[in-house]
Write a protein that binds this ligand. Structure first.
Ligand code: HEM
Length: 196
């Protein structure tokens, strides 16, 4: 008995089908298997898709600011300007009545494009007292303000003290280093025992 007739006999013995019927059913089952398995995604494909997606350039990550506001001590108005949001690596600072607050957590208000960005890096005292967006009012000069305007400023100050961390204060305009140094030398000289 040749191989073919043995195969036919075996198929018939196990399935009761003719070879033609058996192979037709087998072909249909393979077809259905491929159809159904095609509806699922293989793990390799998932990995490839993720890799492809990650090859799309990601948006620039937000510049990292320290989790806790950093104390900057005494700074001049000129130095404060560096904290106006133009450098995203620096915190956003606003001064009220000479005290400087870190308002970085409210970037949507004070950051570039925000409604109150004009206050960042500035002493906003007069502007807040007058509820003014006039750039001329971006100053700590409170001259000529009425009691009620000073009350408004007081309310803002309380709000800032409650909401933000004070990180420094405005220095009175600093003398150039050379003058400061010679003043210190002079003071030391005056205090020297030979002059007492
Ligand atoms: C039509 C007028 C105004 C409207 C509708 C308005 C509305 C608002 C709103 C909804 C907030 C958010 C409040 C919060 O979630 O805590 C806000 C915050 C603020 N507003 Fe106004 N505002 C107006 C005018 C002004 C003016 C004239 C000033 C000062 C010149 C000002 C200064 C501020 C400041 C500094 C904040 C932020 C306070 C913070 O840091 O929490 N606003 N404003």
């Amino acid at each position: 008995m040749g191989f073919f007739s043995t195969l036919v006999a075996t198929i018939y013995a196990y399935t009761g089908l003719s070879p033609m019927g058996f192979f037709t059913i087998l072909a249909l089952m393979v077809g259905v298997y491929h159809l159904v398995s095609g509806m699922f995604v293989s793990p390799e494909e998932v990995t490839t898709k993720v890799e492809k997606r990650s090859s799309i350039p990601e948006p620039e990550p937000e510049p990292e600011l320290p989790a806790e506001p950093v104390q900057i001590g005494e700074v001049t108005l000129e130095e404060l300007k560096a904290y106006d949001g133009s450098n995203p690596k620096k915190p956003l600072l606003v001064a009220i009545k000479g005290n400087i607050y870190d308002v970085s957590r409210s970037r949507m208000f004070y950051g570039p494009g925000g409604p109150y960005s004009l206050f960042a890096g500035r002493d906003a005292s007069r502007a807040l007292a007058l509820m003014s967006f006039d750039h001329n009012d971006l100053t700590g000069n409170l001259e000529g303000l009425s009691d009620s305007e000073l009350d408004v400023l007081q309310d803002w100050e309380e709000k800032f003290m409650e909401k933000y961390v004070k990180v420094g204060q405005l220095a009175a305009k600093r003398l150039p280093l050379q003058i400061r140094t010679s003043t210190t030398v002079m003071l030391n000289h005056c205090q020297s025992p030979s002059l007492r």
